[in-house]
Design a protein around this ligand. Structure first.
Ligand SMILES: O=C(O)CCC(=O)C(=O)O
Length: 322
């Protein structure tokens, strides 16, 4: 497999997006989007926090969390080991390549939808979902640092789903149960976007909403995430150590459209490497997801089908209508 990092300064034509997608015509030239920033410190009252999460999730589907209690050191370690893995030779990385025969997406890969990006998928939670064959052994503390970050994420996920639940007038644990409770799968992806000779013509990850419940992402300090709003693509400002939350399709469905899955994409740079670490929180494959019955009534009929998460994912990934 030829990865993007080894293309150097060549731009094969398959990476060039149609004009309607090219950053040179579609990126808003002006201020970055005023994406909501939510303080998780607990300094305000919980009603204020629930309101802030509700507003951000229903108006934007995207927000940044600060004061989330994950230390800068834990995040830096996650970032260091991921970066060190991508700096290995392609042969060393290929030892963790995805199995092309398998439906499992774990492992190292490249060229998803012709994006200018290489990636690595590792499920990090729950233990029965983890397949260490695809976890790098080099650097030697990849596993320790990545697991530590995964452990730290639990309290954020708990608090986030609790706020989203309360915002809909539900009990705090109802959304967590609806997305699989302790079976919720944490699927880490590392995106490695090397410098690109024509960043104005290509995309890193093309426009999409996430098919999971929610995504929690940390980037390095390089600009690249963009959000779609009012027919424009806006840069999302980088805030050191913030966690970027994306509402995914399953939370939109469960809330019957009250919360919005966010349309987003990423762009790349001419001289610097961008890296991002999204963790997709995915319901277990067998779980049926549909609008929560408690939210439905005569005026609020279901807007989405109820179906197994695996069936939803299959249709989305194969461009089949849901
Ligand atoms: O790199 C980013 O900021 C966005 C990545 C993303 O949307 C994805 O991997 O699905």
């Amino acid at each position: 497999m030829e990865n993007v990092a080894d293309l150097n300064q060549e731009l094969p034509p398959e990476f060039i997006r149609p004009e309607a997608e090219q950053p040179r015509f579609t990126t808003f030239q002006g201020a970055a989007a005023e994406v909501p920033v939510v303080d998780f410190s607990g300094a305000g009252d919980s009603e204020t926090l629930v309101k802030a999460v509700f507003e951000a999730s229903s108006k934007w589907g995207l927000f940044q969390i600060v004061n989330h209690r994950i230390s800068g050191e834990v995040i830096e370690d996650l970032q260091r080991v991921g970066r060190q893995f991508f700096e290995l030779s392609n042969d060393e990385k290929m030892a963790y390549a995805k199995d092309p025969e398998s439906k499992n997406i774990d492992g190292y890969g490249s060229r998803l939808r012709n994006g200018w990006v290489d990636h690595l998928f590792n499920k990090i939670w729950p233990p029965k979902a983890v397949d260490y064959r695809f976890w790098p052994k080099n650097p030697s503390d990849y596993r320790k640092a990545t697991e530590e970050y995964g452990k730290n994420l639990h309290q954020v996920v708990e608090k986030l789903l609790g706020c989203l639940s309360l915002g809909l007038g539900l009990a705090p644990d109802e959304l967590k149960i609806a997305v699989g409770g302790d079976e919720l799968v944490y699927n880490l992806k590392i995106n490695y976007y090397p410098p690109c000779p024509r960043p104005d013509l290509v995309l890193g990850v093309p426009a999409h909403t996430d098919l999971c419940a929610v995504t929690i992402l940390v980037p390095n300090q390089v600009q690249g995430l963009q959000v779609h709003r009012d027919q424009h693509w806006y840069d999302v400002a980088y805030i050191p150590n913030a966690l970027i939350i994306h509402i995914g399709d399953q939370i939109e469905i469960l809330s019957n459209g009250k919360y919005k899955a966010v349309l987003h994409r990423s762009v790349v740079n001419k001289d610097v490497t961008r890296i991002s670490w999204p963790v997709f929180m995915e319901p277990p494959p067998h779980l049926e997801i549909g609008p929560l019955p408690k939210l439905l009534n005569q005026e609020n009929q279901p807007k989405y089908k109820t179906k197994k998460f695996s069936d939803y994912a299959y249709c989305k990934l194969n461009n089949i209508p849901q």
